[in-house]
Ligand binder design. Structure first.
Ligand SMILES: Cc1cc2nc3c(=O)[nH]c(=O)nc-3n(C[C@H](O)[C@H](O)[C@H](O)COP(=O)(O)O)c2cc1C
Length: 183
């Protein structure tokens, strides 16, 4: 696939078939992630892979519960039984880093860059992905992090869902680059 087609064709996917994602496909996506640029060459990313349906539902339910508490104005939106957090995706990948106040921002940036590589690789091999920012609020609940496999001393940076897209991807649209100054 041409790079331009990959960059512009990728879309966030929120509807998945029940088809299993193979171990090789997951590994290919992770491999793309670790080739991202990384501050000071540290490669801080670590990955928690969740395929257990019950555990993915647990993540969705706990995230909805937390969002209802945190955003009372939007509480109604998160009162549904529908999985509007992980969208019934068969795989949830949590990019995590060691908790370190000194490198905090770099860890997030590195994780986001790894995520973009992963989104593009997944698209290239026919899979769908979506950045699931809401799930990162679970960092305020260490007991939940532990239960889903994030060890003590680590924090969740970027949650990603992955699976076989159901139906065609929507078309994308972007504004033209707005140049503030070009000297
Ligand atoms: C930091 C960040 C957080 C996001 N969090 C969520 C989320 O919690 N739930 C969701 O459905 N989409 C989430 N998205 C996906 C965006 O909604 C999506 O990327 C955007 O609408 C552009 O669409 P596209 O990815 O199809 O080009 C997030 C994206 C980013 C970059």
């Amino acid at each position: 696939m041409e790079l331009d087609e990959c960059i512009k064709g990728r879309r966030s996917v929120r509807a998945y078939t029940g088809e299993k994602v193979s171990k090789e496909q997951i590994e290919a996506v992770l491999e793309a992630g670790v080739w991202a640029p990384t501050g000071m060459g540290r490669q801080p990313w670590r990955f928690v892979i969740i395929e257990d349906k019950n555990l993915i539902k647990y993540v969705s339910d706990e995230t909805k519960k937390l969002l209802r508490e945190m955003m009372p104005d939007f509480a109604k939106r998160f009162e549904t039984e529908e999985d509007i957090i992980c969208y019934n995706a068969p795989v949830l990948i949590l990019i995590c880093t060691q908790t370190d106040k000194r490198t905090g921002q770099v860890n997030l940036l590195d994780s986001v860059l790894a995520a973009q590589n992963m989104f593009l690789k997944a698209y290239e091999i026919g899979l769908g992905t979506c950045y699931m920012g809401f799930i990162a609020y679970l960092n305020s609940k260490p007991e939940i992090l532990k239960k889903i496999g994030i060890p003590d001393g680590y924090e969740l940076q970027v949650p990603i869902i992955l699976g076989h897209p159901k139906g065609k991807l929507a078309g994308g649209k972007r504004n033209k680059p707005e140049i503030l100054k070009w000297s």
